[in-house]
Design a protein around this ligand. Sequence first.
Ligand code: BG6
Length: 480
Amino acid sequence: MGFRKDFLWGGAVAASQVEGAWNEDGKGMSVADVATYKPNVDVKDYKKNVTVSSEDIAKAMKDFSTDIYPKRRGIDGYHHYKEDIKLFAELGFKTLRFSIAWTRIFPNGDEDTPNQRGIEYYKNVIAELRKYNIEPLVTLSHYEMPLHLAVKYNGWADKKIIDYFVKFAKVCFDNYSDVKYWLTFNEIDSVTRHPFTSAGIIPDKSDNLLQDEYQALHNQFIASAMVTKLAHEIIPGSQVGCMLTKLTTYPATAKPEDVLAAENKNLMNYYPADVQAKGEYPKLVLRFFERNNINLDITKEEKHILKENTVDFISFSYYMSMLEAGDESTLEMTAGNTVVGGKNPYLKTTAWGWSIDSVGLRTSLVQLYDRYQKPLFVVENGMGATDKVEDGKVHDGYRISYFKEHISEMKKAVDDGVDLLGYTSWAPIDLVSAGTSQMSKRYGFIYVDLDDEGNGTGKRLKKDSFEWYKNVIATNGEKL
Ligand code: BG6
């Protein structure tokens, strides 16, 4: 069978990890602008390590340097977008997934009128993509909400944010009405893993953090459903997707207790997509809330909004799989992508400890398609590695092997009958890591000459994987 003729091959990036220019042209501060460089995140206690306090934020708001805040400088994509898009066009991209920084459009998030210079910037980016027939795939929120909304309202824990987000989305739909593909919230399930980055919740402002996290997630579901409706009204034919971190969990052994524990873990991973694709909460999740004394404010009208405005397709990131056991002390723990789980002895890991499991991508595609019966889109998949420049070249055979294995398994899933719209690698160009703010954790087919401290020329250089991926796209995945 192979991939469909109009398969959307491409790459994915996020505003806060590439753009830099954190305070130019009227941009306000986002939650990403206060994220510090954290190369030694304790993987066993990730959540504690990414927690931000009110004090940290107050300090960061008075500090105008980019030194310990690498996302403020990114890869200076704001000023290099033409050059970068030209390289993506050379790769043969059919699509580019990127996000719109909310703080370029509404610097504080709760203003009455938008910032025209911010609107213009993305108009120019989209026009540049169109020049090369690259279809934009736009994420409305990718770990970059206005900091002001976090400080003033404790982020998405407050329902007021729904209206501010809908207003922001409307400005985007009105101004970028030729964009067909939209994603609402990047890795929406991550609110409970890093509540500040994903939802602007400052833990020391919460009386009941667990409750606030699930309420924030619920508020995002409502906002997502409302903007799905809006997109369909403003842009006829538009397609809106949810975006899930696919955390495929296997039982550590065939022991029934381990199978049950893995099953429960997977259920909790699926539920944000269940709500967005089926339009209601799974009954088992409502029972989980009850058991944990989580009392969500869900109105009758909201239930109706969810039911009436389900997503058109399911998109997800896939980096790794992990193990779960009835008795967690039997597991050797490993971490990746802000999650901690049992290490699988059958799999190798990246230098950052993420299990490499290409077959897990096929399993994930089959599971998701069977569960939702809606088209799927792999919008993130890739490998962070330390690259070395030797005589002006980067020989990244390890990256080629990674992609070769994953794309090959994805192809098998398509042969299994999965309806797959496209694949955007994370990330086509080196950028600042979301989790650690490192530059040295490199993902791209294009090398960027910048180090963790921001030193370097910023020059772009094609790695060996560049030619390889170009050929994959040119042959529609036939030659891997
Ligand atoms: C995903 C995020 O979780 O993983 C991206 O959507 C992120 O923003 C990617 O960059 C890889 O994670 P990291 O921490 O290596 O950048």
